[in-house]
Design a binder for this molecule. Structure first.
Ligand code: COA
Ligand code: AMP
Length: 637
């Protein structure tokens, strides 16, 4: 297939306003925007500022009105509860309108925030779209976070309502959500007015008579009342959602997504990058708690009139390593999008790909991978097993859609293993040295994006313009700092190699080692600590904590290690996968007192390392090496 990528990227480069103005025609507006970008507004400008629209209307009503009501909008496939359910666009609209009426009855109106703390069930998607319908702002919280993280989000959003369920079903384990929610509300200085609780049959949640409302009963009352809830016109720049992601401190940052620019970008991306047309089945095997879930389980497929798969299961263990291939075959999935870690987990259990080869994967055209670097070994394995293109794409919660990819819909460019391919329209990517000077092709440096960011990217952090300026825009004036390091080759292909901050990537989940250090340091016996990410064959990275114990403490080190591991699980959540804590005598530092985390990580990962010239005491690195070796980690000193 010939590629039209260069022509399309060139068209954007010639006139960004004309390009995005044309893309905006694929969205229904109550008031069409007069111009695409206005650089005088907001922190660095706003997209489609004078436009008015509604995201729910574009996801549902529009398709039903166009006569596609019978087309499947969502297929819920839940191996953990042994259930498959199909929802047409008309079914979805009815459910969402009913829930929107419940919201209105609870006094929720335009601009109010709703926290959604739910597992991967259809009601979670209804809850997002019903918020969009009435112009409320949703903030979904991933189930694997602890009560404390949920509390931070309830407080920061000042949510009026929380929508939750009695439990999540992890492979072989039930997670009761309600006790976590109750604990979070107790911890949060801001209290939501109401909680709407969906009782799942696996666990019955205790209901607080005053604050909690039964989801099913409220829906039934609303259904009986049969109230129509029209979509509320919102400004293109009004927030659709807030999604919290790890920053460099313990305080997560609330990424704001607008309504207009977000729809224009996602609607453009699905056919052009992922090669998916209306009516085709697209499956993003992620979680609605992450940005991939927001953009490619919920919004992009529905905006495009495609069918999305909501999968409540894992790549392995529900029941086995053939689960993904079974879902593709059962629902005729055209394109699958997942994280490399999921493939590594499958490969470990089925190295020859026997289960894939015996499934009917004839519908599958391509596999997209994101969330972490797609390592060439995993990509080659997947290509061989699936016989389809396997496409890396690079982006972040902040951008909401791919910064770089190999655009299937425009005709693939030649694949370069280890590269996320080329910039998408809207993005001019540069590599700068620490002083902000452009670096030549092939040289590793800070990856930045020229301002303005395209539609769909964050306009700011929730209630924190200054933090956004400071954290993302001020280090390299005129650019957005991605905090990723990498290089661009002579052909313009982008290679993302590492982070420039303290973020680590654990099973495709973005976590801050700084926030883990804050938790470790809060243990009464810990004098100081360092947390690093060490290589893991399945998860990519896992955290490991090094603890220096207070001088006067004479307790068993193993006991303190267990307590610290428990603390991180309780305060951050199981998703952190913090399972290694090691008590050491001292931490390696420079003479100016900076902890040598990079060198520790190299030792743990058996990479070659040099004794830093500025090290205070070289013996400490030997002690660290021995401590790691005692746990079977790292190379001999
Ligand atoms: N609710 C409650 N707990 C959750 C959870 C949720 N939604 N999701 C994960 N957890 C828990 C797990 O049960 C596990 O707990 P444990 O320590 O008691 O075993 C812990 O959090 C870590 O979970 P996870 O990262 O899923 O690791 P795993 O070992 O259970 O599975 C993989 C490994 C690779 C199969 C899994 O991480 C995976 O499917 N990753 C896909 C990544 C992805 O979708 N990323 C999104 C970006 S595209
Ligand atoms: P998140 O905001 O959770 O989506 O995490 C974004 C970060 O994950 C990026 O800044 C990268 O560090 C990493 N990441 C995501 N996709 C890729 C990719 N395709 N290649 C390399 N790193 C990636």
């Amino acid at each position: 297939m010939a590629t039209s990528y260069h022509a399309v990227y060139g068209a954007w480069n010639t006139s960004s306003d004309a390009f995005w103005g044309k893309a905006a025609e694929d969205i229904d507006w109550y008031r069409k925007p007069n111009r695409a970008f206005d650089g005088t507004l907001g922190v660095y400008g706003h997209w489609f500022a004078d436009g008015e629209t509604n995201t729910c209307c574009n996801c549902l009503d529009r398709h039903v009105e166009a006569g596609h009501g019978d087309r499947y909008a969502l297929i819920y496939d839940s191996p953990v509860t042994d259930r498959v359910q199909h929802f047409s666009y008309s079914d979805m609209l009815a459910e969402v309108e009913t829930l929107a009426a419940v919201y209105l009855d609870l006094g929720i109106s335009k601009g109010d925030r709703i926290i959604i703390y739910m597992p991967m069930i259809p009601e979670a998607v209804f809850a997002m779209l019903a918020a969009a319908r009435i112009g409320a702002v949703h903030s979904v919280v991933f189930g694997g976070f602890a009560a404390n993280e949920l509390a931070v989000r309830i407080n920061d959003t000042e949510a009026k309502l929380v929508v939750s369920a009695s439990c999540g079903v992890e492979s072989g384990r039930l997670i009761a959500y309600k006790p976590l929610l109750d604990a979070a509300i107790a911890l949060s200085p801001h209290k939501p007015d109401r909680c709407l609780i969906l009782q799942r049959e696996q666990v019955e949640a205790a209901i607080d008579e005053i604050r909690d409302i039964d989801f099913a009963a409220a829906m039934e009352r609303s259904r009986q009342a049969g109230r129509a809830v029209p979509c509320v016109a919102v400004r293109a720049t009004d927030p659709l959602y807030i999604l919290y992601t790890s920053g460099t401190t313990g305080q997560p940052k609330g990424i704001v997504r607008d309504n207009g620019g977000h729809m224009v970008a996602l609607r453009w991306s699905l056919p052009n990058i992922f090669g998916i047309g209306p009516g085709e089945v697209f499956w993003a095997a992620s979680d609605i708690g992450w940005v991939v879930g927001h953009s490619y389980i919920v919004y992009a497929p529905l905006l495009n009139g495609s069918t999305t798969v909501l999968y409540e299961g894992k790549p392995v263990g529900t029941p086995d390593a053939g689960a993904f291939w079974r879902v593709i075959a059962d629902h005729k999935v055209s394109v699958l999008f997942t994280a490399p870690t999921a493939l590594r987990a499958i490969r470990k259990e089925d190295p020859e790909g026997v289960k894939a080869k015996s499934a009917d994967l004839s519908s599958l055209r391509a596999l997209f991978l994101a969330g972490e670097r797609a390592d060439p070994d995993t990509v080659r394995w997947a290509e061989a097993v699936l016989g389809t293109p396997v496409i890396d794409n690079w982006w972040q919660t902040e951008t909401g859609w791919p910064i770089a990819a190999n655009p299937l819909g425009l005709g693939l460019l030649p694949v370069k293993y280890g590269s996320a391919a080329v910039p998408m329209p809207g993005y001019t990517i540069c590599v700068l040295d620490d002083a902000g000077h452009p670096l030549p092709a092939g040289t590793l440096g800070n990856i930045v994006i020229e301002l303005p960011l395209p539609p769909g990217c964050l306009p700011t952090f929730w209630k924190a313009d200054e933090r956004f300026r400071r954290g993302c825009l001020s280090e390299f004036p005129g650019y957005y700092r991605t905090a990723d390091a990498g290089y661009i080759d002579d052909d313009g292909y982008i290679f993302i190699m590492s982070r420039t901050d303290d973020i680590i990537n654990v099973a495709g989940h973005r976590l801050s080692t700084g926030s883990m250090e804050e938790i470790c340091a809060s243990h009464a016996d810990v004098a100081e600590c360092a947390v690093i990410g060490i290589a893991d064959p399945i998860k990519g990275q896992v955290p490991a904590g090094f603890l220096v114990i207070n001088a006067n403490v004479e307790r068993d080190a193993a006991e303190i290690e267990r307590e610290v591991i428990g603390l991180v699980r309780d305060r951050l959540g199981p998703v952190a996968a913090f399972k290694t804590a090691i008590c050491v005598k001292r931490l390696p530092k420079t003479r100016s007192g900076k902890i040598l985390r990079g060198t520790m990580q190299k030792i743990a990962d058996r990479e070659s390392w040099k004794m830093p010239a500025t090290i205070d005491d070289p013996i400490v690195l030997e002690e660290i090496t021995l401590a790691l070796n005692a746990r079977g980690i790292g190379a001999a000193s």
